[in-house]
Design a protein. Structure first.
Length: 123
């Protein structure tokens, strides 16, 4: 008896998801068994069955390997960021560029300009 993969969706907006496997002699029996085993309590709005032999599997798992470094797309690519930032700041200070570290905070008063007196007008 062939194996059948069952796909179903809980709401019409959802995509079909794999929900299980059954053994049945033909597709009509597979649909009936799928309804009875996975959808008898109205858990979904649609289901489908596909013979396992009709699924195409990837033969070469190395196709998933990345040929270029894509660590910047993952959280693990940002490890050691604090240390790298401190090293860059120390190198900038050693070159006399440490003042670049103090940047204005958005929304905070700018401390690099002298404050206005009450007699000056804004242009």
């Amino acid at each position: 008896m062939p194996d059948w993969e069952i796909f179903g969706r809980r709401k019409w907006e959802d995509s079909l998801e794999h929900v299980g496997t059954i053994h049945a002699p033909d597709h009509e029996t597979a649909l009936m068994l799928a309804r009875e085993t996975h959808f008898r309590h109205a858990e979904g709005v649609e289901y489908a069955v596909v013979k396992r032999e009709h699924l195409h599997r990837m033969q070469d798992p190395t196709m998933l390997d990345h040929t270029v470094d894509m660590s910047y797309r993952m959280n693990s690519g940002y490890t050691g960021f604090r240390e790298k930032r401190e090293q860059a700041r120390a190198a900038a200070a050693a070159r006399g560029r440490g003042h670049l570290r103090e940047r204005p905070v958005p929304g905070a008063p700018n401390r690099s300009r002298p404050s206005r007196t009450s007699g000056e007008s804004e242009e």
